[in-house]
Unconditional design. Structure first.
Length: 320
């Protein structure tokens, strides 16, 4: 009750003060000391009334967010194929060391006239850098239809290695061939592997392709008609084709499962390929009431001794 009475008293006092202020304002004259006193009292009362009123919180100013820079991953260089090896302190200026055959290992078998690329991996085992003035040169043996000189385009410091390639071609005659190569420096002097200046090489074996024996590779035929019902006997037309892998003579005949065989026929091929056989008329059926179902085939007597293209045929002989 005391709190309510206090609030009512404050409101009454405030009303009186405001009324007085309004009266003073209507006079239009200068502000007096009493007016100032009333105004100060009113402000004091207003402040007291706002003491119990909670104040809304002010918005909190946030610090601007600093964007983190995107750090690109560092691109690592790929591992080298080979690692530089130390060179002995007493190494001569020019010396090579064989590392590996990258292509065409020794005694690789090839067909006559086969083109290929030979690649060696060689290490600079000397104390001088191989520059563009260095080249690999044909030394001895079989040239294999290759160039006499192939320049080294990259600098090769001591201890480093390089892959060196040369385009070659197998001879036409079957045999074993070896081609020896060395390195030539800018002064025109050739050097090779180790202290002995041995050459590095490629060895191939040229083998003549195996010629398959003469043979019929395919044979087929069609029956015209494919089956028959009617008055017998009736001639069936057989039209065949034969394919060979070379030149030669082929002998053949047609046969049936019931024991029938045609006469032996032949055809000559001047080269590999396919030929159409002359039409052959095969009689089938005997008289009314005869019926048969069985296989008909083309038999290659020479050179294969082989049956081809078995087909089932049916004949039903009717009364005329």
């Amino acid at each position: 009750m005391k709190k309510v009475s206090l609030i009512l008293s404050v409101f009454l006092l405030l009303s009186m003060i405001l009324s007085a202020c309004n009266l003073s304002a209507t006079k239009g004259g200068p502000t007096t000391e009493s007016d100032m006193a009333y105004t100060a009292a009113a402000l004091t009362v207003q402040a007291k009334m706002q003491e119990g009123t909670p104040k809304p919180p002010l918005p909190t100013l946030l610090e601007p967010v600093q964007e983190q820079p995107v750090i690109e991953p560092i691109q690592q260089n790929p591992e080298p194929i080979f690692t530089a090896a130390p060179v002995s302190s007493d190494a001569p200026c020019d010396r090579a060391l064989f590392v590996d055959d990258i292509t065409i290992p020794d005694n690789t078998t090839m067909s006559p006239g086969n083109a290929f690329t030979k690649t060696w991996r060689l290490q600079n085992d000397g104390s001088c850098t191989w520059t563009s003035g260095y080249a690999i040169v044909f030394d001895s043996g079989e040239g294999l239809d290759g160039p006499t000189t192939v320049a080294i385009n990259n600098d090769v410091p001591p201890g480093q290695a390089i892959d060196i390639s040369v385009n070659l071609k197998a001879p036409s005659s079957p045999d074993t061939y070896r081609s020896n190569w060395k390195i030539r420096n800018p002064s025109g002097d050739s050097f090779g592997l180790g202290n002995e200046n041995d050459p590095f090489w490629v060895i191939i074996k040229v083998v003549a392709p195996t010629v398959p024996p003469y043979a019929v590779t395919a044979a087929s035929f069609e029956m015209i008609p494919g089956s028959y019902t009617g008055v017998c006997p009736f001639p069936i037309t057989l039209r065949g084709k034969i394919t060979t892998n070379g030149a030669g003579k082929v002998t053949y005949y047609y046969q049936r499962e019931d024991g029938y065989k045609s006469s032996l026929m032949e055809i000559t091929f001047d080269s590999a390929g396919q030929k159409t056989l002359p039409d052959f008329s095969m009689p089938i059926g005997t008289s009314a009431g005869y019926s048969w179902t069985g296989k008909v085939s083309l038999y290659i007597d020479n050179p294969n001794n082989q049956n081809f293209n078995e087909q089932t045929f049916t004949v039903n002989c009717l009364t005329p």
